[in-house]
Each structure stands twice: as structure tokens, then as C-alpha cells.
Ligand binder design. Structure first.
Ligand code: FEO
Length: 392
């Protein structure tokens, strides 16, 4: 794709990756993604903000063919999908200096072997003039690595936010036209990589409150002409109370656990509790992560296999522990054949979760009426707990 004009002398550059379906060999990208770089031409100096993932370097380099000079390359984040092509940009523009936080300088040295003499590090709140355009650098750590910052272009009131407020969407639209689609993708992105750091991100959001932001230009997805939409969404995901929802990841070997899950889900719904059910043999793990942003309760359904939880169930619990959602309650349901340590194993995997563990329901073999009644009691307890906490 060719460079595109956002405002006078401010250009989108980068690459749209329509085909990518997995990030970090972990995170599903059902809608592809984009790697956004931005070129800002001041009356005296020119800055390139970020670059692209190395496999798409040629797209950025082709866009830079007509650019006669770059004085600064701003690196907001050392992860290679944004920084990976900076070495090639520096080859083309050897006098350009890399602008980054001090921490990013070290990381870019480790990851890309960019020498220290290529850098100018900036403090939080420091500005850099391009002549008639001024870049202000705002340190926003832990979105989602420790070195991250954003840039506020003062005269045009544009926030260049890199991963912050981004969404994995491949599209030919330069600006957001469908906020619903972006909300879904941005929530998925928040869930997958930012949720564990939400207490720090909350402070970053507060820091941005004092800026008059006309639009947000993120590192993935479209430019956001309505910053309040995405900033309010982040506030809700970070600060809002959990919802009256049970996230129910499960796996079943011989249908017994599945029958328990289906009975339990119906009991919850009958008591007014929302359910998001995920069969772990087929689910998109990003959907589960999104459910964890809001769900007040997680209930894991698993058979006992090899004397412990099914590995898929263990994976979902490992993921929940790593993502540190604001979930308040957790329980386990499932069937076993002859014994095992399913509950003990899963309970030992959640040191990061500040949850009350509710009495699990495990049954031997095929669930009986007594087991279904135990599931009804668990559903009732969850409904009561959600009501007491006024979760809606
Ligand atoms: Fe889009 Fe953290 O990289």
C-alpha cells in the first residue's frame, strides 16, 4: 500500500498484513493486522514514528523511496513488529537518530543490535521540535512491555500510541468507520497482552487525561478520529466492576463433563447469570481471554486424565493466572474415572488470582441426579454472590 495522508505533512506508512493468523505463536489474529508507521514532516526536521514487522520491511522501504531525509526515528516500543525494520531504515538514513526511552535503548540494543551512539533518549514529558511541529514524549510503561511510551504531536493534537489503543485488524480503511468492529478487536488485544498490567495502564490513562487529543494513531489497526470511544472502553475494562457472567472453559473426554457443563450452564442462565462457554478443543483462545476481562466468575470443566486435569483445562487455567483478570470467584467441575488430584493441581496453578474458590463439583463416571443437584447448588451460590456484589 502507498503512504496515505492523515493531515497536512502527516502520513500513515506501514504494511497491512491480511494473511497473518497468529502472533507470538500464541495469539490468534482472525482479522489479520497492520503495522503502522507514521511520517511527520516539520518545517525543519522529519521524523518517522516506528517501523514494521521485518517480513514486511520492503513495504515500508518502498514508501520511504520518495523521502529525501529522516532526522529522527521514534521507537515507542522495542517489540519487533514495530521496531524490527529500524535497522534497515538507519541503513538508508545513516544520520537519523533513534528517539526512545532509556529502557527501550537497552532493549533495542539487545534485540536488534542498534548501537548506543544511534540513540537520543528522552525523559517523560520531554519535547522535540521539528520546526513548526513539536513532538512530546509521554512515558507509558507496561503497555505491554516496561519500556513503552507514546508521542503527542502538539500542534495537530494527535496521539501516536503504538500498541496502546491498537487493534489487530487488516483493512484498507485509514480511519475507523465501524466502532463496533474496532471495540471487539481492541478488547481482544487488551485481554491478550495488557490486562495483567492494567493497574499501571490505569495510571497511563490518567496521565493522558490532561491532553487535548483530536485523534489517536495506533501501531495496529485504523486511526481513531474519536479518541473518547477507545479511551472510555479502556476505562471500563480497567476500572469497571466485573459483570454478572461466568466464563466456562471446558473439555470433555467421554461426554460426562460435557453433560455437567450443559446442565450447569442452564442452571446459571435460569438463575439470571450470563454464561460464556468455551469448548477448549475448538475455541479461539482470544475469545476466552476477552471473556476474562469482564467475568465475575470462572468455572473450569475438566475430566480427570492421567490423574490430573486435562492438559487443555490446565492451559486455560495457566492462561487465566497469567492474564490476572479481575475475576472474583472460581470453581471446578468435572468427571473422573477412579481418582486423581485434579482440584489440587488446578488450585495450585492460580497464585496470581485474587479469587474465592467455591466448592468444586466432581463426579465419578456419568453424572447422577445427586451430581446435578450439586451443580444446581453451585449455580445458586454463584448467582447469590453476584447479586450480593451487585454485578450486572
Ligand atoms: Fe504490537 Fe507489543 O507489539
Amino acid at each position: 500500500m502507498l503512504a496515505r495522508t492523515i493531515k497536512e505533512r502527516i502520513y500513515w506508512m506501514g504494511a497491512v498484513d491480511w494473511d497473518r493468523r497468529l502472533f507470538d505463536s500464541l495469539v490468534p489474529l482472525p482479522d489479520g493486522t497492520s503495522y503502522n508507521a507514521y511520517l511527520i514532516e516539520g518545517s525543519e526536521k522529519t521524523a518517522l514514528l516506528d517501523s514494521v514487522d521485518p517480513p514486511m520491511a520492503n513495504e515500508l522501504l518502498a514508501q520511504l523511496e520518495s523521502v529525501s531525509k529522516i532526522d529522527y526515528v521514534v521507537s515507542h516500543h522495542a517489540e519487533q513488529d514495530h521496531s524490527g525494520t529500524i535497522p534497515q531504515v538507519l541503513e538508508k538514513f545513516p544520520d537519523a537518530k533513534v528517539i526512545s526511552t532509556p529502557k527501550a535503548m537497552g532493549m533495542l540494543g539487545d534485540l536488534l543490535r542498534i548501537p548506543e551512539e544511534s540513540f537520543i533518549t528522552v525523559k517523560d514529558g520531554e519535547t522535540l521540535t521539528l520546526g513548526d511541529k513539536t513532538l512530546k514524549f509521554i512515558h507509558t510503561p507496561w503497555v505491554h512491555w516496561p519500556e513503552t511510551m507514546v508521542t503527542y504531536l502538539e500542534e495537530d493534537r494527535i496521539l501516536f500510541s503504538c500498541d496502546f489503543f491498537g487493534s489487530h485488524i487488516a483493512t484498507s480503511d485509514l480511519f475507523v468507520i465501524d466502532e463496533g468492529r474496532v471495540y471487539e478487536a481492541a478488547k481482544r488485544y487488551f485481554a491478550e497482552i495488557m490486562m495483567p498490567f492494567r493497574n499501571v495502564i490505569k495510571k497511563n490513562l490518567e496521565k493522558l487525561d490532561s491532553y487535548d487529543i483530536e485523534m489517536i494513531a495506533p501501531g495496529h489497526g485504523q486511526v481513531l478520529p474519536n479518541p473518547a470511544f477507545i479511551m472510555n472502553a479502556y476505562r471500563d475494562w480497567i476500572l469497571g466492576p466485573p459483570r454478572n457472567t461466568v466464563a466456562l472453559p471446558y473439555v470433555s473426554a467421554h461426554e460426562s463433563t460435557k453433560r455437567m457443563v450443559e446442565h450447569f450452564a442452564a442452571a446459571l442462565v435460569e438463575k439470571g447469570v450470563r454464561v460464556e462457554q468455551f469448548n477448549l478443543t475448538v475455541t479461539d483462545i482470544g475469545k476466552l481471554a476477552m471473556a476474562l476481562v469482564d467475568a465475575a466468575t470462572i468455572v473450569v470443566g475438566t475430566p480427570t486424565i492421567l490423574a490430573g486435569p486435562h492438559p487443555y483445562a490446565a492451559y486455560s487455567v495457566f492462561l487465566a493466572n497469567a492474564l490476572r483478570p479481575k475475576t472474583k470467584f472460581l470453581s471446578i467441575i468435572g468427571s473422573y474415572g477412579w481418582g486423581g488430584k485434579t482440584v489440587e493441581t488446578l488450585a495450585g496453578m492460580i497464585p496470581n488470582l485474587k479469587v474465592e474458590v467455591l466448592e468444586p463439583v466432581l463426579c465419578k463416571g456419568v453424572p447422577s441426579q445427586t451430581d446435578f443437584e450439586a451443580l444446581d447448588r453451585l449455580a445458586n451460590t454463584i448467582a447469590q454472590k453476584h447479586k450480593e456484589n451487585a454485578f450486572t
